[in-house]
Design a protein around this ligand. Sequence first.
Ligand code: ADP
Ligand code: MG
Length: 271
Amino acid sequence: MMISAENIHFCIQKRPILDQVDLQIYPGEVLTILGPNGAGKSTLLKLLSGENTCDTGKISINQVLLQQLKPRQLAKYRAVMPQHSSVNFPYTVEEIIALGKLAHDPHSSSDQLMEEVMDITGTAALRERMIKGLSGGERQRVHLARALLQIWEDKPYARYLLLDEPTSSMDIAQQHQVLRLLRFLRQRNIGVLTILHDLNLAAQYSDKVMLMKDGKVVGFGPTSAIMTATKLSHVYGHPISVMSHPMDEKQVVITSETTSNNHTYASFKTA
Ligand code: ADP
Ligand code: MG
């Protein structure tokens, strides 16, 4: 059981956007994709979710090729939260989240599942509000709830949650709540793929990290092996230092000022 992508190439108007990308997402793990703007992260997520189809290569979910799955089956296996979900209709929060029920079986206790999901995403209090009137962070919680509801029910097969910068508009406390929730999903046999910009969130919560630059994978593996100062500085083209957190030994990422007149990376100085 996994999502597997093999040898993915993708071009837009003959310009290669993804080149030879391989990846596996296993249920129970949080895999984070990191990389600068334009690296191809969102494009890859759209291919994995079946929104776009790739020129070459194979993508499968739980051993079935993506193109062999009907939309309804696909919706049972994976839920997606895109980078920008714009809703221009006068929907309430409750109506948006309820869209996640559409993939449920007729006998599912969808109402009960919806209450659970609204509870854990902190969206219950927003239920009657109009989606357009919410702050960016609140809106992201609503879209997360909608995606989560789609795959929340316990099933004998693994499900996957694909998220494109799900916390980009949230405050620090909310970001941590969401990432803790993502980690908790391993108990429900759900695998998580998330694109993040915050390197420290990624270091703290990811089981694995994939680094992308210019449409290529430049690192993929356990978080501590991939999130090194050398690799991160290279990928972002910016001086980045990595230290060990005194409490849990996880990496702490520190970004420095750009050193414009030489090529040495500024090192972190303790007081
Ligand atoms: P990321 O999410 O890593 O910031 P994207 O996957 O959104 O990057 O984009 C990767 C590259 O593909 C960028 O150079 C972007 O400009 C280009 N791109 C993405 N979508 C389109 C499109 N529909 N038409 C033309 N170029 C695109
Ligand atoms: Mg993107």
